[in-house]
Design a protein. Structure first.
Length: 314
């Protein structure tokens, strides 16, 4: 009972202990043990590793709901406020001027988390968190299987399946980001940015939905850092459970693999990844092909409806 109250309200352990007339230590240990059990038991059903067919279904959902082809997830990071750990210096102090850990998550078209990585230092940027995460490691060593490139809908343009992200992430063959502002010299690039940002809203909405239901995410988690990791992982699982149960929002297509890509028991790397962030020519070509595809779609809309279609603000 008090476990649900803690996640839903973010009450302090001391206040919950007084309400239920048990010790503060008992409240803390029970909540953490329940979070560990939720992650261990439910992750295989509600957040297991996506297979190739799962990624194809996610891509279909993005195209049907958000009109972005060959997209297999939107990725972003969220800072979770924590109490300053002892002898941590500025490692957890972020640019928003509070102490935090980072939740790096990938969401599908229905606001469901498909992969997460929890526990990076608050001082790290989103790109730095991705560089040190198991998500990127599995993408680079090909253990996370992505579908083979295919034709974009109603065109002869062949493109790979990619994640979508904001400007904080690098442009890669498996990850699309918007054009930088200095390159927005024509309407087509601004239209591409609009379409990508529109589809990328799914991860922002997923964070907002989770925080509105589990208001502990809006407050400071006053536990040890490792315990805060367990709480955040349990919240992500429960968020997926709620979406799976709401059949009018999302279908009951669960992932059926047994290996989870996130191994959060690994020690935190104290070194900052100095990976080269320069864009490859192949990634630029992929983004250009998507830009051409959206330009063709925009032209067809103008021809059909007889007016200039514009969905962005200059």
């Amino acid at each position: 009972m008090f476990f649900r109250r803690y996640l839903a309200t973010g009450l302090a352990f001391r206040q919950i202990a007084l309400t239920f007339r048990i010790s503060k230590t008992a409240v803390s240990s029970i909540i953490i043990e329940v979070c560990k059990a939720i992650w261990k038991i439910m992750k295989k059903k509600h957040m297991s590793t996506p297979s190739v067919s799962d990624f194809e279904n996610i891509s279909q959902g993005f195209y049907e709901n958000w009109n972005f082809p060959n997209c297999i997830g939107s990725i972003d990071g969220k800072h979770i406020r924590i109490k300053c750990p002892k002898k941590s210096g500025s490692m957890f102090f972020n640019y928003k001027q509070f102490f935090s850990i980072v939740l790096l998550a990938v969401a599908d078209a229905n606001y469901k988390f498909i992969m997460i990585d929890v526990g990076s230092y608050g001082k790290d940027s989103d790109g730095g968190v991705l560089s040190n995460s198991n998500i990127l490691k599995r993408l680079e060593n090909k253990t996370l299987k992505l579908p083979y490139p295919s034709k974009l809908p109603n065109s002869n343009i062949i493109g790979p399946y990619t994640f979508i992200a904001d400007e904080a992430f690098p442009l890669r063959t498996y990850m699309m980001r918007p054009y930088p502002r200095r390159l927005l010299n024509d309407e087509n690039k601004r239209y591409f940015n609009y379409r990508l940002s529109r589809a990328r809203m799914t991860i922002e909405c997923a964070f907002g939905i989770a925080a509105s239901k589990f208001r502990i995410l809006l407050k400071c988690i006053e536990t040890k850092v490792e315990n805060a990791d367990h709480i955040v992982k349990a919240i992500c699982i429960l968020h997926n459970v709620i979406i799976d149960l709401e059949k009018n929002v999302v279908s009951t297509n669960h992932f059926n693999t047994e290996t989870n890509p996130m191994n959060n028991n690994l020690p935190r790397d104290l070194t900052v990844c100095m990976r080269n962030n320069r864009t490859t020519r192949e990634a630029e070509n992929i983004r250009s092909n998507l830009n051409i595809f959206f330009r063709l779609i925009n032209c067809k809309v103008q021809i059909i409806f007889g007016y200039k279609y514009s969905c962005f603000v200059n």
